[in-house]
Design a protein around this ligand. Sequence first.
Ligand SMILES: [Zn+2]
Ligand SMILES: [Zn+2]
Length: 107
Amino acid sequence: MSILDKMGLSLGESSSNSCLILDCGRYPDIHHIMSRGSGAGDHRANCVPLCRMHHTGMIGIHVKGRTRFAKDHPEFKKWLLDHGWEFSEITQKWFLPEHLLREVLRT
Ligand SMILES: [Zn+2]
Ligand SMILES: [Zn+2]
C-alpha cells in the first residue's frame, strides 16, 4: 500500500465536514458504500460523507440505492469516479476494479 493510500485511510482529510451533496451543507454521517457486514472497511473509496437525510432519509442512498442516487446526484457520480469506481453499462451497476476491491476488503 502506498503512502498516499495510507493517508487516504484517515477519513478526515479528503472527506469534508459537510454532506457531499451540493448545497446541502448538513453535518455528515459516514456511509460505507460496501457494508462492513460484507467485510469492507474504512478505505477512502468506501466512505462517503452524507447527512442523515441523504444517508438514511427518504431521499437517501439507503432508500434509493447506489445507482439511482448517482443518477440523481452528479456530485456523487463524480465522487465515485474520483475514488476509482467504475460503472458497467451491461449490469448497470457500480463496481470496484479488482485491485481496489482487494484494498477495501482488507481495511
Ligand atoms: Zn450507510
Ligand atoms: Zn445532505
